[in-house]
Write a protein that binds this ligand. Structure first.
Ligand code: ACO
Length: 349
């Protein structure tokens, strides 16, 4: 692991929420240090300059059915961006900025179109996070919503070698282009065992419905072999530290939603310990994301895409790092099947 990779891996984790905004963290991930005021202004100007969707991309978005899953829409439009913008060759910081600037636009535009609403022009007077909220809702974003969403985006901007980041690095390691690596990362994040758990956690809370129903619902799900979304983690065998931060953010953002989620969380952890002894299953980042994102007005099916809006800075930082010092990632597989058989020609089998 290189020094830069350590920075990328730990960058988002060492920041407490509300101490630095998403653009500052993107600078940390891309350039290896927090920006000075001048560096931040320069990055913000670059992101602003790229805050636009071409006619081709808008036309493509208009062809998508309102039923399209938002992660599919994001994946498709990012792939088309790579094609129309002719994103080829070695990944560059300019490409990373161009794509990061477009992620919120793609999702907000899709969200407006599927509701039959007019597409809004991005506003130059709003920062990255505020602009996303404005484009989604068409309303002046509230200060506490901007703060809550920005803290969420910072928290999820990067997280070492998770499945989607690893996927991005594998694609980048073949000397493929940045858009292709990000399309692959989106595809990995979509899965419900990874980022796709965010909306599933919200669906779980909605299905439980009442405090009294929590215990029987959790027990029935676990005894029938189901999984509780927002719990368990491949790397953390204790509470995901991000979930502790998100728990506090959710407590302030939506006290009523929080109280119910906290009740479900406590029962989930104790019932998991009873039914899955020794597995050490605790709350992960997706559980309180559900409460927090709901409280700032993000629609449930945009939870995972909003996770992607947070993670695009981290993905592209990893892609740039991989490309800068590349070697093909190619694991060996241990064959455990039957020993070699004699070859029998087709007409004799
Ligand atoms: N609910 C119930 N049981 C669980 C859960 C869960 N959330 N997670 C793991 N288990 C159980 C499994 O059933 C298995 O039990 P068994 O030994 O009786 O068969 C045991 O714990 C180990 O499960 P694995 O899938 O091998 O554990 P792993 O560490 O590979 O899984 C994962 C990690 C995929 C995140 C898992 O905990 C899970 O499916 N969680 C629910 C989905 C989720 O919240 N994903 C988001 C993760 S965070 C992120 O990616 C941003």
């Amino acid at each position: 692991m290189t020094e830069q990779m350590l920075i990328v891996s730990k960058g988002a984790m060492v920041q407490k929420p509300n101490k630095a905004g998403l653009e500052e963290i993107a600078h940390l991930l891309w350039f290896g240090h927090l920006p000075t005021r001048a560096e931040l202004a320069s990055l913000q100007a670059s992101l602003l300059e790229q805050r636009q969707l071409s006619r081709d991309l808008l036309a493509l978005l208009r062809t998508l059915s309102p039923e399209t899953a938002p992660m599919d829409a994001l994946r498709t439009v990012v792939s088309a961006w790579g094609m129309y913008a002719n994103v080829q060759g070695k990944p560059s910081i300019e490409q990373a900025i161009a794509l990061t600037a477009r992620f919120p636009l793609i999702l907000a535009t899709f969200n407006r179109l599927r509701q039959g609403l007019e597409v809004l022009e991005p506003r130059a007077d709003l920062g990255y996070t505020a602009n996303y909220l404005y484009l989604l809702t068409g309303q002046e974003p509230k200060a506490e919503h901007i703060k809550g969403l920005d803290a969420y985006l910072v928290m999820l901007a990067d997280h070492s070698m998770n499945a989607s980041t690893f996927t991005a690095r594998i694609v980048a390691s073949t000397a493929s282009d940045l858009a292709s690596a990000v399309v692959a990362a989106i595809s990995a994040l979509k899965g419900p065992l990874h980022g796709g758990a965010a909306d599933k956690a919200q669906e779980m809370l909605a299905a439980i419905g009442t405090a009294e129903n929590a215990e029987p619902w959790i027990r029935a799900t676990l005894t029938s072999g189901g999984r509780l979304m927002g719990f368990g983690h491949r790397a953390y065998k204790t509470t995901d530290p991000r979930s502790e931060e998100l728990r506090e953010m959710a407590r302030h953002a939506d006290p009523i939603g929080f109280a119910f989620a906290r009740h479900v969380e406590e029962l989930a952890i104790s019932t998991l310990a009873e039914i899955k002894p020794g597995r050490r299953l605790y709350t992960n980042v997706d559980f309180y994301s559900a409460v927090l994102l709901s409280s700032v007005g993000i629609p449930v099916d945009l939870f995972t895409p909003t996770f992607a809006v947070a993670r695009i800075a981290g993905w592209t930082a990893h892609i740039l790092e991989q490309a800068a010092n590349n070697r093909l990632i190619r694991p060996l597989a241990e064959y455990i099947g039957p020993d070699q058989h004699a070859f029998i020609p087709l007409d004799q089998r």
